[in-house]
Write a protein that binds this ligand. Structure first.
Ligand code: NAI
Length: 323
């Protein structure tokens, strides 16, 4: 089979495995590297089971059958074998700056083309911190997916100040080609975009819970059976544009002052996130207690499976709907 190229994946945990399946789904030759052979063996076995399950359920990505996708995935404990000749590298090692800098120094020494895209899956580390001392830092970019990447295709592309134009546009083209939905940032900033939005929401959730305005379950209903239903199909900006007969300007005219006034009532960032004092810990315990009553620790794996099954079904539904 002719392939569109070779990709090198560094790290074969939760995110590394997803990238392997995503690239293989459209025919890329995938080389996955890890320090532990057992981890690679487990990754191959997990991927095999998953693609077959997804094929049966109709949620397999790409056009190739599962058995062909599997044959495109190779594993190695030799970093050189993973990197040499690849058009794209995606690093997904644990979220630890020193570890990422170490592995990137090793990768940097193996880069054999000025066109090789060097991407990290990091959730929270800004790209300049990882790449500042690399020889090929102009080719470095963050490509941050969201969990589970196979069924939730958004990927944030975050450049460092020195990332070149080619890397930014080519990473975007490549993500689109493999079925991801890229979001390009013009510059790096803490939390990128997804986590800034998520944290803004979480802060208000926390204030409402800590002030005993609503229970954990009812608060989740607001998203699960309210806002979230819309947000699965359109973003908050299209939402406001559609929520007034003549679009966003009219929406702001009608609701702008209310939004401004209510926003002033929102309050500061909850201190409890820091988990420093007994008071912080007590606040966390009270909210956790409610969560554990609803979802006991013994049921968490089952709930995670349910989450991924629901997301797979939603992804399938969205693929069949008009854009
Ligand atoms: P994980 O812990 O599941 O996998 C990490 C993998 O890296 C393991 O296979 C481990 O053996 C391997 N590894 C450790 N040291 C290594 C080294 N020196 N060289 C090569 N491989 C090494 O971690 P996960 O969840 O896959 O996260 C990876 C990255 O993706 C992190 O930066 C994380 O922030 C980011 N991310 C995670 C998401 C999630 O929901 N788990 C979502 C989006 C991004």
């Amino acid at each position: 089979m002719t392939t569109p190229g070779k990709v090198g994946l560094v790290g074969s945990g939760l995110v590394g495995k997803s990238w392997a399946m995503i690239f293989a789904s459209v025919g890329y030759e995938v080389w996955m590297y890890d320090i532990k052979q057992e981890q690679l063996d487990k990754a191959v076995s997990d991927i095999g089971l998953e693609v077959e399950k997804f094929e049966k359920e109709g949620t397999l990505r790409g056009t190739l059958p599962a058995h062909q996708q599997k044959t495109l995935i190779h594993v190695t404990t030799d970093l050189k074998e993973c990197i040499t000749g690849a058009v794209y590298i995606q690093e997904s090692v644990p979220e630890d700056l020193e570890l990422k800098k170490k592995i990137w120094t090793e990768i940097d020494g193996l880069v054999d083309s000025a066109k090789m895209i060097l991407a990290s899956s990091t959730s929270c580390i800004v790209p300049s911190l990882i790449s500042k001392d690399l020889r090929h830092r102009e080719q470095f970019i963050v490509a941050h997916p969201v969990n589970p990447p196979y069924h939730a295709p958004m990927t944030e592309l975050v450049p460092a100040p020195w990332t070149n134009e080619f890397t930014q546009t080519e990473a975007r083209t490549l993500m689109t080609r493999v079925g991801q939905v890229p979001v390009s940032l013009s510059r790096e900033l803490p939390g990128f975009v997804l986590n800034r939005m998520q944290y803004a929401l979480l802060n208000e959730c926390w204030r409402l819970l800590a002030n005993k305005v609503v229970s954990v379950d009812d608060l989740d209903v607001v998203m699960r059976d309210g806002l979230g239903l819309r947000y699965a199909f359109m973003g908050p900006m299209e939402t406001i544009h559609l929520n007034a007969p003549n679009g966003a300007a009219q929406y702001c005219q009608t609701y702008g002052n209310t939004i401004y006034k209510v926003s002033q009532d929102l309050g500061p960032v909850p201190e409890a996130w820091k988990m420093e004092t007994d008071e912080h810990k007590k606040e966390v315990e009270e909210i956790t207690k409610q969560l554990e009553t609803l979802y006991p620790p013994k049921d968490l794996d089952e709930r995670k499976l349910r989450r991924d099954t629901c997301l797979a079904a939603l992804a399938k539904l969205k693929r069949g709907l008009p854009k």
